[in-house]
Design a protein around this ligand. Sequence first.
Ligand code: ATP
Length: 664
Amino acid sequence: MESLKTAGAIRPLDYQFARFLQEMGGEPLTVLAGALVSHELASGNVCLPLKDINTRSLFSVESESLQALEHLITSSNWQDELSASRLVSDGSENSPPAPLVLNRNRLYLYRYWQYEHLVSEHLRNKGARTADSATVKTILDRLFQRDYTLLFKQLQAATDLQATVIKWLDIVKPDSLDWQTIQQTIGNARSGNDLAPLDQLIPDHTCLNWQKVAAALAATQSFSVISGGPGTGKTTTVTRLLAMLVELEQLSSGKAPVIRLVAPTGKAAARLTESIGGALEQLNCSEAVRNNIPGEAGTLHRLLGVIPNSTEFRHHQDNPLHLDILVVDEASMVDLPMMTRLLSALPDDARIILLGDRDQLASVDAGSVLGDICAAAGNTYSETQQKRLQQLTGYDLSTERPPTNASIHDCFCLLQKSYRFDASSGIGQLAASVNAGQIRETKAVWEAGFSDIRRHLLNDSGYQTMLQLCVDQYRPYLQAIKNDQSAREILSVFNRFRLLCALREGACGVEGLNLEIRNALARHRLIERETLWYPGRPVLITRNDHGLGLYNGDIGITLADEDDRLRVAFQLPDGSLKSLLPSRLPEHETVFAMTIHKSQGSEFAHTAMVLPDKINPVLTRELVYTGITRARQELDIFTTEVVFNQSVSRPTQRSSGLKERLLA
Ligand SMILES: Nc1ncnc2c1ncn2[C@@H]1O[C@H](COP(=O)(O)OP(=O)(O)OP(=O)(O)O)[C@@H](O)[C@H]1O
């Protein structure tokens, strides 16, 4: 163990935990297993599945480094020997407390076993809701009325009218329709209003709008999850479903529910605030309803109430939050300990709605809570739920039955149609083929000649092209500073482009590239060369400072004030600006380039992504997918074909028992 620590294969924390177990009288196998579980946590794994113990490379090192432990590893019956240890409990209610838990053939640190147990218990206890079906249906029909103005606009530009109608009206049974009359109606239409006869020609039961299903589902459950890729309408849907819940509550009790919107980072909260604002404007509801939906989102930390210098929060099981409905956006970024704290702090009768993209990178810290919930839920509903949803939406939802009776199956809705990328967009198609792990299709997308995606070979000349691209793309915000534009405008221009890296270290990592880009900008006389702080230096906060209201992931830009003093300007989630002297900033770094991990929850009109020239354990399908989906309009990727393909072929697998628990 000591030599593994010296070689950097295990963290000092893992080593100390092993020592602690030894001092408690732990058998050699228990000590080794404890170090392993602790080590696995650092890679995001909540537990150590014993079934994998002989196949995985322990401690992620070559087997020669483990020679001294080989006998212990191979000759032990892990299950029996660990079960017999005084330091390992089985997690049952009556078992004495112990530092490790062995449950369903998975070994946990006690605390993480408890987190997983609490999350699954909270979710299983959040039951079904009742509401008057006829009222819900009337409200849903209004909120999800067909948008014939949008359809009319799409038809003007379409070459295939039938395909366009099928796509925009979510038709799933086209063969049952009278297309000749439909085509005539479209041909005679001079505006969206003229398409109203399509209400009769294309009845609801031939369509299936998953956004409406998601809203209906939230009416029936205290806990629901809406997952979907970028632009699939998660925010639009949640705004409409909140309007429905407000209206239902106003009708039944005459009061409005208390709603809170949160996201894991300040950046993600700011984006949610922005898109909720847009969605609120388009709502087909009364002012009394609209006014009760918050137009602003905050961070999870702020909601729970941070206590300075403590890992505890002000709100917890014994001091629950004051709310009726909680919406959590970018839920894929929420790790297991945070999800436990959040669910524990919810009042018993509150609703919670999780939004996120299940295919994105999992949280930085341990667990893949959203991914596990979605995997457990599948995309099938129990017979009762299917009938209820059918009644509320008018759609025919007969699908396969779920494999178990677990309630989680009835809580999930997957949105698949992107409203953001149109057919001429390569970004959407590239994201879809990468997400599906289809190398051949990915290649076809590259070769199809889309104008919004460009692939560059990462050699010396490709590297120079990348630096030049950064100079060209960062020039506008530096120019905006020279032109004395407002801090708000400068931040907005800066946030149009970002270079994303898979790694921190190396020439293709954040550290090397931040230096190279800075030098390149200085060579072009766009920034000063010598000083640490200069007008235009963009910084990324890397540690939360609750006192200052700045959080890990917040981005600011250094600007000179009227007295020529440098200050760093940030835009907070509520839209206000904050300017601080550089000396007051919490931990931070330059951010011409940032890691794909840190870019989660952000989007840029133009995104460039660089993967290293050699394969690395960090490179996974989720990482590449997350990087691609940060781009709204343009995407440049710098990579080699081998590294790109190998990354896409490697989906991440995090060990956890949550899915199994939710299905039990
Ligand atoms: N049913 C719809 N009909 C027409 N436009 C829609 C519909 N749903 C969403 N949109 C539009 O698509 C765009 C993206 O929607 P929205 O922001 O709700 O998606 P999202 O899934 O929350 O995106 P992100 O993943 O980026 O947070 C918005 O411009 C929105 O107005």
